[in-house]
Design a protein around this ligand. Structure first.
Ligand code: NAD
Length: 425
């Protein structure tokens, strides 16, 4: 069996998406009037564990890898967050990503705190056997951190359902108890949830629909450009098209493709399934990825990489609505420009939270030992996304701020309240 891993994101020097996130945290905390003690408590992670994992490589030599797991907060429930295998993994990055998960779970109101983990390695150069030994070693080292009621990993960059299957198996062996709920994003036969693959794109579509309603935009009269045509981008595009929106541009690492009459998304999905990318796609005129962001469309869905919208290009964006499928696609230095130009941005911690919501459902189903139909999963996930959007929208009116600041306000307020009720000081 060959395992396909996602390309690690390129390292961007000038703009750090994690710093962008912390700037937004600061702005929301200030508007909320958060007291200094709570502010300091929420900024610091509860736990950061570093482990060394010796792995016998295929050539018989032992290589030692560094692994990390950070629990930023467990105030709202067990910590939840992915495990990343990439050469770029370091403690600071994992700490910031763990905090990001705390806000994301809080904004959609699921009973989880935030965590994140990672191993500094290049999964593309490792064999399947080496990856399995590395993952089992990491699970052994983290056996006191992980747990269905403590800390629940999921796939992230460089990891996939197979990685989760190894963690679940190793953890179950170590505890002597079958524990599917220790991880989410598992293969279906091991207790994964129906609807998980489509969940993030579906949440993007539901957020876009809610925003269109507020902006009085009729989907049937709207055009949309989608950057990135992987899991999130292609499914967002397909579901928005089903709502009547005309998707006039799509893109991937090979470039962007524009068709004024609308791209046939089903056909483009079939094309990428066959050809591995949109390279050579004839359903639209080839344009640059930069141009896609600046097209004269109603809706823009960045669903590829971080830092795509910056102070440099924000002023040229013509869309009235941006729905962030990717994590951190807008640098904090672009926020003000978009706000001044009256562009509504549904921020990442809200717009792409459909994925973690269905991960929560996976965990619920595992604990119940009873599996839901896809229809039930979708209905409940849609409800979570709609409610979260409305809460953030109301906060944006109350605090007279952008949807992004409002999302952070909702999240920080919830975690701060819970911390006070639980009595942390
Ligand atoms: P993916 O690997 O399936 O797809 C990424 C897509 O982006 C690919 O089509 C790739 O070709 C394209 N791409 C790469 N560089 C590009 C460039 N310069 N210009 C245009 N396109 C480019 O990844 P995904 O799971 O769809 O994740 C996309 C984003 O969404 C990431 O930021 C991820 O963190 C975020 N996200 C994903 C999920 C999920 O459930 N998959 C959940 C929350 C957030």
């Amino acid at each position: 069996m060959t395992i396909k891993f996602k390309e690690p994101a390129p390292i961007v020097d000038e703009l750090n998406p994690l710093e962008s996130m912390m700037e937004r945290f600061d702005e929301a905390a200030t508007r909320l009037g958060l007291d200094e003690s709570t502010y300091n408590a929420l900024k610091s992670p509860e736990k950061a564990v570093i482990v060394s994992i010796p792995v016998t490589m295929d050539d018989g030599k032992v290589q030692v890898f560094q692994g990390y797991r950070v629990v930023h907060s467990s105030k709202l429930g067990p910590s939840k967050g992915g495990i990343r295998y990439s050469m770029g993994v370091n403690l600071d990055e994992v700490k910031a990503l763990a905090a990001w998960m705390t806000w994301k779970c809080a904004v959609v109101g699921i009973p989880y705190g935030g965590g994140k983990g990672g191993i500094t390695c290049d999964p593309r150069t490792m064999s399947e056997g080496e990856l399995e030994r590395l993952t089992r070693g990491f699970t052994l080292a983290m056996r006191d951190v992980f747990g269905p009621e403590k800390d629940i990993p999921a796939p992230d960059m460089g990891t996939n359902p197979q990685t989760m299957a190894w963690i679940m198996d190793e953890y179950s062996k170590l505890t002597g108890v079958s524990s599917p709920a220790v991880v989410t994003g598992k293969p279906l036969v091991l207790g994964g949830s129906l609807g998980r693959v489509e969940a993030t794109g579906r949440g993007v579509m539901v957020s876009a629909r809610s925003a269109m309603a507020k902006l009085k935009m009729n989907p049937a009269n709207c055009t949309c450009a989608v950057q990135g045509f992987g899991n999130v981008g292609s499914i967002s595009a397909k579901l928005l098209e089903m709502q009547g929106v005309s998707i006039v541009a799509i893109s991937d690492v090979s470039g962007a493709y524009f068709n004024k009459q609308g791209i046939d998304i089903e056909e483009a999905i079939k094309y990428t399934a066959k050809n591995k990318s949109l390279e050579g796609y004839k359903g639209g005129k080839k344009i640059s990825n930069e141009k896609l962001l600046e097209l004269d469309v109603d809706i823009l869905v960045p669903a590829a990489l971080e830092d795509q919208i910056t102070e440099e290009n924000a002023g040229r964006i013509k869309a009235k609505l941006i729905v962030e499928g990717a994590n951190g696609p807008t640098a904090s230095n672009a926020d003000k420009i978009l706000e001044e130009n009256n562009i509504m941005v549904v921020p990442d911690i809200l717009a792409n939270a459909g994925g973690v919501s269905v991960s929560y459902f996976e965990w619920v189903q595992n604990r119940l030992g009873y599996f839901w139909t896809e229809e039930r999963v979708n209905r409940r996930a849609d409800r979570i996304m709609k409610l979260a959007f409305d809460n953030v929208y109301k906060a944006s009116k109350k605090y007279k701020c952008s949807m992004r600041t409002a999302a952070y306000i909702v999240a920080i307020d919830k975690v701060a309240d819970t911390s006070k009720l639980r009595g942390i000081f």
